[in-house]
Design a protein around this ligand. Structure first.
Ligand code: ZN
Length: 90
């Protein structure tokens, strides 16, 4: 995962990692100033990545089904979620 950077969802810019004196780590968007705990941002970014991959798979399956007379595929219904933090390049 190291090739992917966590980004702010609204600004699409890489976040800054801020380490406090007490050891707590935060991410901060350099564009809009939004902050979150490092773990919280990572969880959001990971969930975003999982959903992004699932959407790509859905699209591939639909494309295969479209070309095949034998495979019938119903489009998967995936709830659209809002992610405050996303992964770059997913
Ligand atoms: Zn931002």
């Amino acid at each position: 995962m190291s090739e992917h950077s966590v980004q702010c969802e609204c600004c699409r810019v890489n976040v800054q990692l801020i380490k406090q004196d007490d050891g707590a780590e935060f991410v901060r968007c350099p564009s809009c100033g939004k902050t979150a705990g490092r773990e919280e941002a990572l969880e959001s970014a990971k969930a975003y990545a999982v959903e992004a991959v699932a959407r790509q798979l859905d699209a591939q399956i639909r494309e295969i089904a479209r070309k095949s007379k034998f495979i019938k595929s119903k489009p998967a219904q995936r709830p659209v979620r809002d992610y405050a933090w996303i992964l770059e390049g997913v």
